[in-house]
Write a protein that binds this ligand. Sequence first.
Ligand SMILES: Cc1cc2nc3c(=O)[nH]c(=O)nc-3n(C[C@H](O)[C@H](O)[C@H](O)COP(=O)(O)OP(=O)(O)OC[C@H]3O[C@@H](n4cnc5c(N)ncnc54)[C@H](O)[C@@H]3O)c2cc1C
Length: 382
Amino acid sequence: MNFEYTEEQEMIRQTARDYAQRELIKDVLERDAKAEFPTEHIKKLSELGFMGMLVDPQYDGTGFDTVSYVLALEEISKVDSSVAVIISVNNSLVAYGLEKYGTEEQKETYLKPLARGDQIGAFLLSEPEAGSDATMQRTTAVKDGDYYILNGVKNWITSANSASIYLVIAQTDPSLGHKGITAFIVEKNSPGITLGPHEDKMGMRSSDTHSVMFNDAKVPAKNILGEVGMGFKIAMKTLEGGRIGIASQALGIASGAYELAAKYAKERKAFGKEIIKHQGVAFKLADMATEIDAARFLCLRAAWLKDQGKPFGIESAMAKLYAAETAMKVTTEAVQIHGGYGYVKEYHVERLMREAKLTQIYEGTSEIQQIIISRAIDEKFS
Ligand SMILES: Cc1cc2nc3c(=O)[nH]c(=O)nc-3n(C[C@H](O)[C@H](O)[C@H](O)COP(=O)(O)OP(=O)(O)OC[C@H]3O[C@@H](n4cnc5c(N)ncnc54)[C@H](O)[C@@H]3O)c2cc1C
């Protein structure tokens, strides 16, 4: 085994770190307070190649490997995980789906602008009654000549307003259950599409989240991704990779909070010495460091398997489960180590704690990851 990063992986990690520590940090508190989309940062990160990190250069991406993706998302999430989720949804949900299942014409029209970062992608699976149980799709797509007519509501959609390309999952034949679900590429500005209000979220406040309503929205049949009836499989395969992105985001939130807590523990004095010299604080930091390393190895293993073309679904579920739980635990302890200062915005750890919570919920809750892992155990021992 080789635990060293290649020169290219290290360079990508450093580029992401420099950008996060020099640029994202400057206005992250303001963006959080105002729930403001990071438009300028996304432009600059597109120029650095991050919006199309996993896309082949043939389709205008930068074609980095998934290990580099983990490293970059960790560094960005240490400072601003709203930016990380915009990158993650664009790369691992929308661009991945288009690159793997799209026709050459679809790739030319939709994948290339996403990979360059000229346009942003959103992934529309969840509905008011279809969250953890994504088979319960109520959005319908009915064939009408060369078009499909979409009706229904999607909710909790990341980048719903800033995106221009939607990957929409809809029911084309309810009698077939999840085998009657199809994926569509939909242009956001098509007639019949409206957005609900900006969700006023607990954390990751500067990524824009909205519900999306389809009211007789007309989509060309040539915009079907893959084949009719393949939509559920496409969504589940796409989410396997998406989980590596969210796991890396959780990892970054945890390691960002840990770095702040360790520095603070070296500066703050109580009872005549630095608080890091009190074993009660030092042991918290020891546990944080150990759990963060474990989360990082789980993320890197899932990424490595994906890069080798090997199955990685269980490993990405493990990475997401463990990294999200670690993020919640570590950020809570980081606030504790900061004492009263941890409870105000200026010290960043309260924001990281709010951000950590979401990693336990989206792209499959922690309980759903436990279901995926435990089903595999059940199969293995039967
Ligand atoms: C800010 C934000 C951004 C999001 N972005 C997107 C996006 O871009 N695209 C998209 O499609 N979706 C998105 N989502 C939706 C997200 O993926 C869902 O919220 C998530 O899958 C959970 O679904 P739910 O909210 O309906 O919860 P529910 O499915 O109603 O679950 C409620 C609770 O019950 C538990 N539960 C459910 N079933 C079981 C079971 N069988 N066993 C044990 N426990 C169970 C869950 O773990 C959870 O704790 C986003 C959500 C948020 C909050």
